[in-house]
Design a binder for this molecule. Structure first.
Ligand code: SF4
Length: 367
């Protein structure tokens, strides 16, 4: 049951969301137990592989170049750095690595080639690899899939109506198209939203309805609480009540019984008790590590302690789908071949220079 047909209208979902909190949590917990092991929570790590300088205007995002925030921007990381960070995340219990680049869209250039190499390398570590790189064409999605990409993240953020108040540089339909392109390539979809941006309950449910209307709803639905960052248009938004996060997680769980509901940004403002209620209500993943792209997140050891207290266990990778096969990428293979050829030529030239009988060719001036 990918979608709970009992709640497939906006009215039914709003009524569900607004029911007494403990009734809602109980119903969500009951459904959660039918489809998931309630003790298992996936630890995922989110790594910003390219930070800042984004041309988009998402009102919540400190990485948009037009806002004056104090994030540390950096260019695309090297493959080696990503592998080192991935190994670190894995050693700390993460079974999934989500790599985020602050791009409007993926371009077919050397940076994308580098991301493809990263996907291959992290997939080789037996971790679920997820990317969030902005808009994506179907061809690019196929290339990532062949490299071993497990999931692609592209959030709808909120309802179609409220979306316009938050982002003007691209449309809701662009987002749906990217999700569709990932789907066509056979990539698992991760897509969710942010609450606390000034939207109404209607908008939160409107977003869930957008997922309900998909032929295949996302396998993974992250629920974020806004982290209001100074310098962004949403800097003055008051933090949402923890209860709202619990309601949103529970409603999402009931609406999409099989999806992984991810308790994402905003956990630093939540007590362990509130997080426990979210796990009870069906959250089955958290992002671990002290940073979520650019915003703060609980430290690994705080989460380890929480897992011990609550009796949770870290979920192994590939429980919701097989490990993708990683095929050699023709563009990267060609680059490697050319690099090897160049290296050979250089080595030969160096060898010739060392040869005592080597006579460099005389250059005859024609002047
Ligand atoms: S959310 Fe993504 S697309 Fe929007 S400004 Fe931030 S990095 Fe750019």
């Amino acid at each position: 049951m990918k979608v709970n047909t009992k709640y497939n209208t906006k009215e039914a979902l709003i009524a569900l969301y607004n029911q007494p909190l403990l009734e809602l949590v109980f119903e969500a917990a009951t459904i959660h137990r039918q489809f998931h092991n309630p003790r298992e929570v996936q630890m995922s790590s989110l790594l910003s592989i390219k930070t800042g300088g984004c041309p988009e205007d998402c009102g919540y995002c400190p990485q948009a170049a037009r806002y004056h925030t104090d994030i540390d921007t950096h260019k695309l990381m090297t493959v080696d750095t990503v592998v080192e960070q991935a190994k670190n995340a894995k050693a700390n219990g993460s079974s999934r690595l989500c790599m985020g680049a602050a791009w409007r869209e993926v371009r077919d250039n050397k940076d994308f080639d580098q991301v493809v190499e990263m996907v291959q390398a992290v997939n080789d570590l037996d971790m679920e690899v997820c990317c969030t790189l902005g808009m994506l064409t179907e061809e690019q999605a196929h290339r990532l899939k062949k490299a071993g990409l497990f999931a692609y993240n592209h959030n709808l953020d909120s309802s179609r109506e409220f979306y316009k108040d938050i982002i003007s540089t691209r449309e809701y339909d662009n987002r749906l198209e990217t999700i569709d392109n990932a789907r066509k390539a056979g990539i698992s979809v991760c897509s969710g939203g942010i609450i606390g941006m000034g939207e109404a309950v209607d908008d939160r449910i409107g977003m869930l309805m957008s997922y309900m209307e998909m032929e295949n709803p996302p396998e993974s639905i992250p629920i974020n609480a806004l982290v209001a960052v100074e310098g962004t248009p949403l800097e003055d938004q008051k933090p949402i009540e923890q209860w709202e996060m619990i309601r949103m997680v529970a409603t999402t769980r009931i609406a999409f019984p099989q999806s992984v509901v991810r308790l994402s940004a905003g956990r630093t403002k939540m007590s362990m008790e509130a997080q426990a209620l979210c796990f009870m209500a069906g959250a089955s993943s958290i992002f671990a590590g002290d940073k979520l792209l650019t915003t703060p997140n609980p430290e690994f050891n705080e989460d380890t302690e929480m897992f011990e207290i609550l009796g949770l266990i870290a979920k192994e990778p590939f429980q919701e789908g097989e490990k993708p096969v990683s095929y050699p990428d023709p563009i990267i293979e060609e680059k490697k071949r050319k690099a090897a050829e160049r290296e050979k030529e250089l080595a030969e030239a160096r060898g010739k220079k060392k040869d005592p009988n080597f006579q460099p060719r005389k250059v005859v001036s024609t002047n």
